[in-house]
Design a protein around this ligand. Structure first.
Ligand code: GUN
Length: 285
């Protein structure tokens, strides 16, 4: 197989999702509903600022109104909670996103869970996490859903497959494990205390890696023909964006792999738009 045929490109899928979002927004507009996303950004972390800029650009492309609410690093938790309360009560706002990480003085759990679950387009509140786990309708977190979108794109059937997830974060590792379980895969979660991760990954049909370490997953850790979903967005020593998988050594071993950039990251962005529209569609339900 040509190595290019092994690459699961996110570009086309993201474009398709955006087209659908655009049509849904137009339909809502005809009903007098104008989907709006409010993004709260605390501090000036360059990576977070770049992500947030991308989110606003995507919204503009799809006709979603978006606003950026910025606060200095010195903001108190009380002030932040007051702003969230205001947005919860504002019926013109359908999605609220607090960009993470937050400064040390702020309790992330308290802030996230102050967001009304019906506006929690990140799917990070305890209510949405709980509903995801028991299989009820909820806002599914954007990056984990993006991993599933990429597997669907590649035509990978998860039923009965052995999936190894590397990383146990609340944002990616845990929810993606829940989603693959929902598709009837057998899932193993590896993390920083797992002994001999390679023993686990060598038995996996699919490896989803989300550890935030450039080149962590190498080709010798994989079973021939495995599928790799790379969630990492890192800066390599050459300054270029790269994933958690060492692409050069994985490409010869895998049957499919997602690239960085141009992979899961595009799905994350597209799913945020989808969730914002879903929230607007839920009005009156
Ligand atoms: N920081 C890194 N990824 C995310 C994300 O998906 N949502 C939010 N709110 N913050 C993040």
């Amino acid at each position: 197989m040509l190595s290019t045929d092994k690459i699961i490109s996110g570009k086309e899928v993201a474009a398709n999702i955006k087209q659908q979002v655009k049509r849904d927004v137009e339909k809502l507009n005809r009903q007098g509903i104008y989907p709006k996303l409010s993004v709260i950004m605390v501090g000036e972390d360059p990576a977070s600022m770049a992500y947030v800029k991308g989110k606003h650009k995507d919204c503009a492309e799809c006709g979603i109104i978006s606003e950026n609410i910025t606060f200095p690093d010195s903001i108190t938790q009380r002030e932040l909670l007051r702003e969230i309360e205001r947005l919860n009560a504002d019926s013109t706002v359908h999605g609220i996103l607090v960009q993470l990480p937050l400064p040390k003085q702020i309790d992330e759990y308290a802030v996230i869970n102050a967001i009304s679950p019906s506006k929690d387009v990140d799917g990070f509140t305890a209510v949405n996490v709980g509903n995801l786990n028991i299989g009820k309708d909820c806002f599914v977190p954007c990056t984990p859903q993006g991993c599933i979108d990429m597997l669907d794109r590649a035509g990978v059937d998860l039923m009965g497959k052995d999936v190894v997830v590397i990383g146990r974060s609340n944002i990616v590792g845990k929810p993606v494990a829940t989603l693959v379980l929902k598709r009837s895969a057998t899932v193993t979660i590896c993390h920083s205390r797992t002994q001999n991760i390679a023993d686990k990954t060598r038995n996996a049909d699919i490896v989803i890696v989300a550890v935030g370490k450039a080149g962590f997953l190498t080709g010798d850790m994989l079973k021939p023909g495995a599928v790799v979903i790379d969630v990492g967005i890192n800066r390599g020593r050459d300054g270029k964006l790269c994933g958690d998988a060492d692409f050069a050594s994985c490409i010869d071993v895998v049957s499919k792999i997602t690239p960085v950039p141009g992979g899961v990251g595009l799905m994350t962005r597209a799913n945020l738009l989808k969730n914002t529209v879903k929230s607007a569609q839920n009005i009156g339900k």
